[in-house]
Design a protein around this ligand. Structure first.
Ligand code: GLC
Length: 480
């Protein structure tokens, strides 16, 4: 009896040991290999209290320069009157008296639908590595290709619709291939989604704002989640936001979802401010486009300026050389933006075959050449007390600062041997030098005006940068 009780006890204790061991194995397995979604971080909720606490990542503040790419079905006709957006072709072609609609009828015929351009978009000369090499040489730190524009045509292999570039037209997953090439070169990547405004799809045709329905919003959410899940974007850039408030688009749900996913991936991410009538109000960074919603001054909130190198985002075959910026203007634009707390998201508009027009390539390489010499005064900098000043000789100046140094960007080439900058006073032992060569320059301070003797020859052709050590002071107010 005793024995049997004992053996029962032994058996029971063995059993419970075994159960405990099994539980241990299961819990360890769950901990090591959590079932997807099971241990999902839920730090962020779809309300203002939560998502407004998100912080703009430092890498985004440091990056300063990104490439936007508008390439799509609209790159086949690639036509708009000079000064207009060519990527709006599918809306303009259906507006009876619009010049694009007249052009369309004359060139392609009145029965030629927007969808008939799809088979003509072949991307036959597209090499994503060549693009990524070019962007890297230009000095870009992140790349935002349009994932889906207002025509509702995704450029990735979407499981939600056959209406996409992997299954029609180019028959390649453009977003995946480009992402691999870009990330292999250390640049950040974030396919954008412009479908908050949809002016043409076979499934949801009809000009805005009639396209808005519960079904459409569900479909749009599913596509944005697809971008998030498939490409783990470093930035989520939306557009088409202006017709409805974000309560209608229900976009706070997407933002919270994205932020939660990013925690899972261990990534610091950023969203723009185009989620439904919240431009300049909510976003890890605000956006400005050409001269709309002009910010054009130093503001505390991080922002991003976006524009094409010419007057359009999508390639416009009508544009002439004089419609494009020059390298000098482009360098100046970047410097101006950076001094005012912005990044520049410069748009590339490739041709339908996947080649980038020569004029755009030259501009990108020109900017890259300047950045190779002067990048120290751009990347990783922060704005100073003031963004701009003018020397007493009339030379326009922009400022940036980093690690105790103040960078003075001379936008104009001085035709004098010395310049005087009002209200800046370096420490006695401070060094003033020309960034391009490191050459030390003589300086002196008289009545809070800093006079710097310039070298005989200023190397380079655009924006000349001087560096001042030891955090010089700034006299906020003009002394009486
Ligand atoms: C505008 C245009 C769109 C472009 C976007 C880029 O919202 O509608 O064509 O994609 O700007 O900022």
């Amino acid at each position: 009896m005793k024995k049997s009780i004992n053996s029962l006890w032994v058996n029971n204790s063995l059993k419970s040991k075994m159960i405990r061991a099994l539980l241990c194995v299961i819990l360890t397995a769950l901990f090591l290999f959590p079932k997807k979604n099971m241990l999902m971080a839920q730090t962020w909720s779809p309300n203002w209290d939560s998502i407004t606490k998100h912080e703009t990542p430092e890498w985004f503040r440091d990056a300063k320069f990104g490439i936007f790419i508008h390439w799509g079905v609209y790159s086949v006709p690639a036509w708009a009157p000079r000064g207009m957006y060519a990527e709006w072709y599918p809306t303009y072609m259906y507006q009876k008296d619009h010049p694009v609609s007249k052009y369309h009828r004359n060139t392609w015929g009145k029965d030629f639908e927007y969808r008939d351009f799809i088979p003509l978009w072949k991307a036959e000369n597209w090499d994503p590595d060549e693009w990524a090499d070019l962007f890297e040489k230009a000095g870009a730190r992140y790349v935002i290709p349009v994932g889906e524009h207002h025509d509702g045509f995704p450029l990735w292999d979407s499981a939600l619709t056959g209406w996409n570039a992997a299954q029609m037209g180019p028959k390649r997953d453009l977003i995946r291939e480009l992402g691999e090439a870009v990330r292999a070169r250390g640049m950040k990547y974030g396919p954008s989604y412009h479908g908050l405004l949809n002016y043409y799809t076979s499934e949801f045709s009809g000009p805005h704002p009639d396209y808005i329905s519960d079904d459409y919003i569900e479909f749009m959410h599913a596509k944005i989640r697809e971008i998030i899940d498939l490409f783990e974007p470093d930035i989520l850039w939306l557009d088409g936001d202006w017709l409805q408030p974000l309560e209608v688009f229900r976009t706070r749900e997407l933002i919270a979802y994205y932020y939660n996913q990013a925690e899972e991936w261990g990534k610091e991410v950023a969203v723009n401010d185009r989620w439904g009538q919240v431009r300049g109000i909510f976003g890890d960074f605000f956006t400005q486009e050409y001269e709309y919603d002009v910010i054009d001054r130093l503001i505390d909130h991080k922002w991003e300026n976006t524009r094409g190198m010419g007057q359009s985002f999508g390639y416009n075959q009508n544009e002439r050389l004089e419609d494009y910026l020059t390298v000098g203007e482009l360098v100046e634009l970047l410097v101006d933006n950076v001094s005012k707390n912005a990044n520049l998201l410069l748009n590339v508009g490739p041709r339908a075959d996947g080649t980038i027009p020569e004029v755009q390539k030259k501009l990108l390489l020109g900017l890259g050449d300047w950045l190779r010499v002067n990048g120290e005064a751009i990347y990783g900098t922060r704005p100073w007390f003031t963004a701009e000043a003018t020397t007493t000789e009339g030379v326009r100046i922009r400022f940036t600062r980093k690690e105790g140094k103040l960078y003075v960007h001379l936008l104009d080439k001085p035709n004098v041997s010395q310049i005087t900058i009002p209200r800046i006073f370096p420490d006695d032992g401070a060094e003033v030098s020309l960034l391009a060569t490191g050459e030390l320059l003589y300086w002196n301070l008289i009545d809070n005006n800093l006079t710097i003797k310039l070298p005989e020859r200023l190397p380079g052709d655009h924006v000349y940068v001087l560096s001042i050590s030891d955090e010089p002071g700034y006299l906020m107010k003009r002394s009486q």
